[in-house]
Design a binder for this molecule. Structure first.
Ligand SMILES: [Zn+2]
Ligand SMILES: [Zn+2]
Length: 140
């Protein structure tokens, strides 16, 4: 199991490999869950507890996929070119200095972050739902 705190020090190609492993693992779990539901329905022994356990495992793979995906986007942005004219962009520029195309990975430095109560991912303070785990965020 890889500690998600270490992902910021990983190389892009390693990150992509790990992301693929997580995706495969998730697919395995989804199939396992499907088989189990099928088996339990067939035998009329539906056991929600056993199923929920696998669902939680799938959800944790989802969170990993989100984090790796985010890190990959971030690393791609570090060696950034304009998607339209391929001009090299200034770091975290909002628009391309050559053709004015919006930089899709631009991050507003004034954005306030909070931590999701469910998965503890850093999310926008104003987010209504966590983009990582889908949990509805409580009103303050
Ligand atoms: Zn451009
Ligand atoms: Zn979350």
């Amino acid at each position: 199991m890889i500690d998600t705190k270490d992902i910021s020090t990983m190389e892009l190609k390693d990150l992509k490999n790990v992301l693929k492993t997580v995706k495969d693992k998730r697919m395995e779990l989804v199939i396992k869950l499907g088989e189990l539901v099928h088996f339990q329905l067939l035998n009329k022994t539906l056991n929600p507890d056993e199923l929920t356990e696998i669902s939680f495992e799938i959800a944790s793979q989802d969170r990993l996929m989100y984090r790796y995906g985010k890190q990959i986007t971030y690393m791609n942005a570090a060696s950034q070119q304009c998607s339209k004219c391929l001009q090299q962009l200034v770091e975290n520029a909002k628009f391309c200095g050559n053709c004015g195309t919006l930089n899709p990975t631009y991050v507003d430095p004034n954005t306030v972050y909070k931590s999701c109560g469910s998965c503890s991912e850093e999310i926008h303070e104003t987010a209504l739902f966590c983009p990582c785990c889908g949990m509805k965020q409580g009103e303050i």
